[in-house]
Design a protein. Sequence first.
Lengths: 150, 250
Amino acid sequence: MQKQLNVSAIKDGTVIDHIPTKALFKVIQILRLDEFQNMVTFGNNLDSKAMGTKAIVKIANRFFEDEEVNKIALVAPNAKLNTIKNYEVVEKRVVQIPEQVIGYVRCFNPKCITNAENVTTKFQIINVKPIEMKCFYCEKITYENEIKIK
Amino acid sequence: MSQKSLISITDFSKEEYLKIMELSAKFEANPNQSLLKGKVIATLFFEPSTRTRLSFETAINRLGGKIIGFSDSNSSSVSKGESLHDTIRMVSNYADMIIMRHPLEGSARYAAEVSDVPVINAGDGANQHPSQTLLDMYSIMKTQNRLDDINLFMVGDLKYGRTVHSLLMAMSQFKNPIFNFVAPPELAMPDEYKLFLSQKGICYFEHLEFNDIINQADIIYMTRVQKERFIAPADLTKLANCCPCGPTIG
Ligand SMILES: [Zn+2]
């Protein structure tokens, strides 16, 4: 229960757990939580048995489709989603790496057209562990450690 | 052919390659035709490449088409900061087809997406130059009478040379190719292409220098080593030792 007290409980909404501490701000960016009007609480550097330390995000009155939440799998592949209704966990989900990554990751290639003009980036995932994704435009591969959020 | 634009050598199937080879032979036998009569073709060269531009413009003229365009971005609205998106939208209203060379990688794929008319990629940075690869394949077809069972030696700059990578991808679609790579370690074939061949179960061999094995070659594909790629002149010397013809510089 200690952890529950660190980040206050929500009545209805979504809890995203098991986010690597380094990925917290990337998750916020990907899900555009900084633009969200309802209550959002973050906890970072929380104790985790599995991960050592972890981050957690609680978003009140917001529920996610798989497609939307799977975007964070690129930076938080082990993240778990709890859907909360009336303080109860009504659904648990794990994120899955999508086949295509559209619009929210930069191509690592500085000579790629997507870094010069306002082009929606598009990648095909060609390997999952570690993540390797091929740019639809320049055909170069962006590796997991090079992933930068747009 | 189902697709209208020509962007990347990887977009084609074996059957489509063979169809293009067959058509090329017909054009070579009878170069002056009026297939493009009444058509306006735009040649947009955002960076200069005299040889590529002249070969495309010759082909357009021989096929009866008319040309609009520019030969480098200094003499166009691009120098005034117009985006590629806007240039392509504008030109695709005027022309029936766009032939484009651009320094940025992926620019041709993007142009084809934005354009209402077909786009031919005449080189997008270090990425693709499919018409050049088609010409290489045509030369192999013409001299060997086949594209299957080719023992292909690739010599020189196998690291940065975009033409070797494209030709490798294209030839790997045919039956039983054997690849032999001759290059110093500094300019060796990148791992991703070797991995690609392994995954397809295609044989390849790497050599540091030219030796007797070259007698087994059906085709020897020499690349031009670009001097500006090298940091140390010592690398050039190494290459000169490795290739009997030495590197050509320019
Ligand atoms: Zn790219």
